[in-house]
Design a protein around this ligand. Sequence first.
Ligand code: NAP
Length: 280
Amino acid sequence: MQKLFGVIGDPIGHSMSPAIHNDAFSHQNIQASYHAFHVKEQHLEDAVKGFKAIGISGFNVTVPHKTAIIPFLDEMDELAEAIGAVNTVKNENGKLIGYNTDGPGYVAALKEEMNSPLRDKKTLIIGAGGAARGIYYSLVYEGVSHIDICNRTIEKAEKLIHDCPYKATSAALSMHAAAEKLSQYDLIIQTTSIGMSPNTHASPLTLENVNQEAFVSDIIYNPLKTAFLQEAETRGTKIQNGIGMFVYQGALAFQIWTGVFPDTKRMKKIVLEKLGGTIC
Ligand code: NAP
């Protein structure tokens, strides 16, 4: 029988996940189909119960359900539990198990695109929302020992650092303080929604003091090159956009469900076609 997979969120209409997963199933000769399901907050519990009742094999979870779904799951993977957010669920013999592949997906894409050891990189994360949380925890888990976080609401950066069960040397900074000492960082990761379409001219902070040898990453993929990345490129640093993170979170979810790691180049090509870009 064909296996069923999907993604739940609100809104969900523009999700690129069905395209990448359905292509990967067919490419790997796996009899399965993947659909987008629009689930409103008040229907989340019923939706999860329904999925269980019909024996769905697995699903992704996106905004705004990544934390709210946790009470409706049977078990949690260690990293997802630490992060406090789930983006992937696997049905194992009737038990729904929650995973988080956003943070590990980001780290996998970073390793591929940066192509130099991560551990000794003095790192700055801009933003302290859900995505920053997954990325911070995954980088610390990976052994990166110095990671500062700057955020508009500094208390959120403090809380994020305090809550993390894995330890690193970290300070919570204001945006202004981070911009002032930017030259100290080897790796700068932009995780706020500032610069996302349609507000494409906005940027979270000036890169005036950036070190030319630094690697500058932005997890936004629409636009493919944010104003922040454009400035970084102009100042001579290497840059990375959010496509890699999106592709690898999907690839790791696919691997959790099927045991097979899919062709990420194919996935990237599909995403870029949908966004109207070209392979870089
Ligand atoms: P979130 O939890 O809502 O966090 C938003 C972050 O942006 C917070 O740090 C918030 O600061 C900051 N922010 C928002 N508007 C701001 C403003 N006007 N001025 C200063 N700071 C502002 O969102 P998220 O889930 O972490 O997602 C953040 C971004 O990452 C989105 O653009 C999303 O599309 C992208 N993303 C990409 C991927 C991928 O696969 N590439 C995956 C996940 C997310 P405060 O704490 O002060 O409010």
